[in-house]
Ligand binder design. Structure first.
Ligand SMILES: [Zn+2]
Length: 217
C-alpha cells in the first residue's frame, strides 16, 4: 500500500473537481496538504489530472527537501511551502487559474469585504500580492505571496491567479468557491459603481463567529 494513499487520492479527486468547476485547465493549478508528520504532500509538475496516480505525488519537508516521489513537484511549490510555514493554522493550499479571480488579480488592489461569506470563510477582504513577480522566479514569488497573505484564507497573486487556504482540504475547496464568487461579484459591482463594504468590526466579528460559535448554538 502506498504511504498516505488516502490523502493522495483525496488530492487527485480534488484536482478533478477543480477541473470540473472550470477553475483549472491543462496541467495548471496545484494542491498541497500538510501531513500529520509535518511534511507537505504536493502535486507534481506537468502531469495531467486524468492520468495522475498516487505514485505521481511528491512529499516535501518544510525546508523544501524532496523526501518522496520520482517526479518533480509543482513549479509553484514555494508558494505552498512558504504559506504552510507562515501559517500554522492552515493545512491545505489550492492554487487555481479560475477566471474571475484571475481578472481581479489584474487590478491594482485586492477585493474588499463585500459579503458575510467573505468575512466568515475567508476572514474578510482578499489581499493582492504586493508586486508582480514572473512565475519562473519561483522563490521570489513564494516570498512575496507569503509576505502578503496576512491572516486571510485567500490571496490573489498579482497578474496570475488565486491561492486558497483551509484548515483542511475541504475548507480550501470552499475557499476556492467563495473566492471565485466574490471576485465575480466585485467585478460586477465595479461596473455598477456603487459598493457597500462591510466595516472592519463586523468582518472580525463574522470570522470569530464562524471559527468559535457557528453550529454550536
Ligand atoms: Zn499558477
Amino acid at each position: 500500500m502506498n504511504r498516505f494513499n488516502d490523502e493522495k487520492l483525496y488530492i487527485i479527486n480534488t484536482c478533478l473537481w477543480l477541473k470540473k468547476q472550470g477553475y483549472v485547465f491543462g496541467t495548471w493549478g496545484n494542491i498541497s496538504m500538510r501531513l500529520p508528520d509535518g511534511n507537505i504532500l504536493i502535486t507534481p509538475s506537468k502531469v495531467a489530472y486524468e492520468t495522475m496516480t498516487p505514485d505521481d505525488l511528491v512529499i516535501l519537508a518544510p525546508d523544501g527537501t524532496q523526501l518522496e516521489g520520482f517526479r518533480l513537484s509543482t513549479s509553484e511549490r514555494e508558494i505552498h511551502r512558504r504559506l504552510m510555514n507562515k501559517r500554522p493554522d492552515i493545512n491545505a493550499v489550492i492554487h487555481t487559474h479560475s477566471p474571475y479571480a484571475m481578472a481581479a488579480a489584474a487590478r491594482t488592489e485586492g477585493v474588499p469585504a463585500i459579503s458575510e461569506e467573505m468575512c466568515q470563510l475567508l476572514g474578510g477582504a482578499i489581499p493582492l500580492s504586493s508586486r508582480f513577480v514572473p512565475s519562473q522566479n519561483h522563490v521570489e514569488l513564494g516570498e512575496v505571496v507569503a509576505d502578503s497573505i496576512g491572516n486571510s484564507n485567500a490571496i490573489l497573486i498579482r497578474n496570475h491567479g488565486p491561492v486558497c487556504l483551509g484548515s483542511d482540504l475541504e475548507e480550501a475547496k470552499v475557499c476556492c468557491q467563495v473566492t471565485e464568487k466574490s471576485c465575480m461579484m466585485y467585478l460586477s459591482l465595479l461596473a455598477a459603481g456603487n459598493i457597500s463594504v462591510i466595516e472592519d468590526k463586523y468582518v472580525t466579528a463574522g470570522r470569530d463567529y464562524f471559527l468559535n460559535s457557528y453550529g454550536k448554538s
